[in-house]
Design a protein around this ligand. Structure first.
Ligand code: HEM
Length: 506
């Protein structure tokens, strides 16, 4: 009897250790394995502390491919950018995006995905964030940007205003982007239009304030490491957003983007309960507004710290305005900045690409559906196990590679320009042309569907700043803030602290 109990206990302990991955050994043809010293957790703490530094260290040790144990997951990182092409192709056939994303989305937004979600998102994005749809949404963005940027300037007075540059950029771009997508307060006549504009300004500012609270908790919420007090706060915020963005409230607005209405209509028609649709709205808000504002901040700051860059971009902006016969004058008409005008800015395009190279750090993760063989660009083949994850972190593997980008940590506004002033797309690794030379938007089936709109938003914001305002850092000698290590893997990085600037009408 005792022996039976002992054996059962032993089986339980071994079973538990097995589940914790303690007995996992590297098999023939598998990538190098790094389990760390703590069962199950593996390198979880070091990875979370500074993903960039950890992966850089592992890349130096193992090269192009290695598997790491991280909080119960075995994740194979591929760091050879020449192999990215074939892996992105594999993403479709043998690797699954949904498994991993479904859990994450449920935890952070309370939204329970459906199998047709991704198709619907693709359909709505193709229609409303590309082609003719992009023209419409870009126009809406312009209108809202002008409302928010010009309303508190006073009666044409040229008084200096001071703000944190990160706060200012994120606040304006978030609010204008939100209003462009989720719609404006309805107005029946000229008189109520004024009131509606004021409502939009106040309501979007309140939303931004709450969003920032959530934004700060987000990385730890995604990693499920929030202490109980913060967890409660995250729950409160989630519920607040479900209410503030509810389908009922949103559908009362006017100028709602088809991107929002189409998706909620599809979901309603397919029987999704309304409370779940409200949660989906919150997901759309986060995906659409969490990155563009921070990207605008970095670009504006890099421009301010690099006089040659700001002069080049300013010259281009002035030329585009001149070509369309427009001039910014006190009391004159507002600028009419069309999508066609935004297509004539190769210098700004290069500065944006450079900013994204320096600050966009998404982690692309897929789960492995079946045992598979992964072929690298050098012909080597690796066995990958079912149930593991595969991840790309282009920031270390690509964006910071000094063979591809000499002096990778420096901002060079013209890095993505050819000598003749056109867009440069040929970048090489070991003498071989790279198919993917930057990856701020991810890749494959889940590539950011808002990327064209996002670039337009950044351009519009910079265009308006340069046309309407004079601006400078309060302390021009202040260093560019460091990157907040907390957010690796979640898109555009944020600064460790804000930096004060002054602005006034030109
Ligand atoms: C600078 C701004 C932006 C950056 C850097 C960015 C980056 C990204 C990245 C890296 C992903 C994940 C891709 C992957 O897993 O392969 C993503 C997904 C997504 N983005 Fe963006 N994004 C930006 C702006 C926007 C905007 C403006 C919108 C909408 C209007 C948007 C909508 C989405 C959506 C809906 C997804 C989820 C896609 C899916 O599940 O397939 N993004 N974005």
């Amino acid at each position: 009897m005792l022996l039976a109990i002992l054996l059962a206990l032993l089986a339980l302990v071994f079973g538990g250790l097995y589940m914790l991955g303690v007995f996992r050994k590297r098999r023939p043809n598998e990538p190098p394995l790094e389990k760390g010293t703590i069962p199950w957790l593996g390198y979880g703490i070091e990875f979370r502390k500074n993903t960039y530094a950890f992966l850089e260290k592992m890349q130096k040790k193992h090269g192009d491919i290695f598997t790491v144990q991280l909080a119960g997951y075995y994740i194979t990182f591929i760091t050879d950018p020449l192999s990215f092409g074939s892996i992105v192709k594999e993403f479709r056939a043998k690797l699954d995006f949904d498994d991993f994303a479904i859990h994450l989305v449920a935890r952070v937004f309370g939204y329970h995905s459906r199998t047709d979600d991704h198709k619907l998102l693709e359909k709505a994005s193709k229609k409303h964030l590309k082609g003719d749809g992009l023209v419409v949404i870009t126009k809406a963005m312009m209108k809202n940007l002008q409302n928010l940027m010009l309303h508190n300037i006073g009666d044409g007075q040229k008084k200096w205003q001071q703000d944190g540059l990160f706060h200012y950029s994120y606040n304006i771009v978030f609010r204008a982007g939100y209003l462009a997508l989720f719609g404006n307060e309805p107005a029946k006549n000229q008189e109520s239009l004024k009131k509606a504009k004021k409502f939009d300004q106040d309501h979007s500012d309140e939303l931004f304030g709450e969003f920032r609270k959530y934004d700060k908790l987000f990385p730890r919420l995604a990693y499920a490491v929030l202490p109980p007090k913060d967890k409660m706060e995250a729950e409160r915020l989630k519920r607040l957003f479900w209410t503030m963005l509810s389908v009922k409230r949103t559908l009362q607005k006017e100028n709602i983007s088809g991107w929002i209405t189409d998706q909620s209509q599809y979901k309603a028609e397919n029987g999704m309960p309304e409370y779940m649709q409200d949660r989906f709205m919150f997901l759309l808000l986060w995906a659409s507004q969490g990155n563009t504002g921070p990207a605008c901040f970095w670009l504006l700051l890099y421009l301010m710290k690099h006089p040659d860059a700001i002069e080049a971009v300013r010259g281009e902006v002035e030329n585009v305005l001149k070509e369309t016969g427009q001039q910014v004058k006190a009391g004159g008409p507002l600028i009419n900045l069309t999508r066609d005008m935004l297509l004539k800015t190769p210098i700004m395009d290069s500065a944006i690409e450079e900013t994204l190279r320096l600050t966009a750090a998404p982690m692309l993760t897929r789960s492995v559906k079946d045992d598979m063989i992964l072929k690298m660009s050098n012909g080597k083949k690796y066995a990958i196990r079912q149930g593991d994850l595969i991840a790309l972190f282009p920031y270390t593997a690509l964006h910071m590679d000094q063979d591809i980008y000499p002096e990778p940590k420096k901002f060079k506004y013209n890095r993505f320009l050819k000598k003749d002033g056109t867009k440069k797309t040929d970048f090489f690794k070991n003498g071989k042309l790279l198919k993917f030379f930057t990856m701020p938007w991810g890749a494959g089936t889940t590539i950011c569907p808002g990327r064209f709109f996002a670039v337009n938003e950044v351009k519009q914001f910079i265009f308006l700043m340069l046309s309407y305002f004079e601006f400078k850092l309060v302390n021009p000698k202040e260093e560019i803030p460091g990157i907040d290590q907390n957010r690796w893997g979640f898109g555009i990085m944020q600064p460790t602290h804000d930096i004060q600037f002054k602005y006034r009408l030109r």
